[in-house]
Design a protein around this ligand. Structure first.
Ligand code: ZN
Length: 66
């Protein structure tokens, strides 16, 4: 008996942009409680919990239209 849950995103109220800290697993949306350091052409987010650097990689990925 396998309870396979169908992955439907329409019932997920979470924001699209969410960053995860690779070090401590801190999770926050954008904008969240990240320490943002904006440089020309690059935005770096620092984890407020463990001070690790979390880079937001901007990929030329087409957004999934609902
Ligand atoms: Zn962290």
């Amino acid at each position: 008996m396998s309870t396979h849950h169908t992955s439907t995103d329409d019932a997920d109220p979470r924001p699209k942009a969410v960053l995860f800290c690779p070090d401590c697993g801190h999770e926050s949306g954008l904008p969240g409680d990240w320490i943002v350091d904006e440089d020309p052409g690059r935005t770096t987010h620092t984890c407020p919990a463990c001070d690790a650097t979390v880079e937001e990689r901007r990929r030329p990925e087409p957004m999934l239209a609902p």
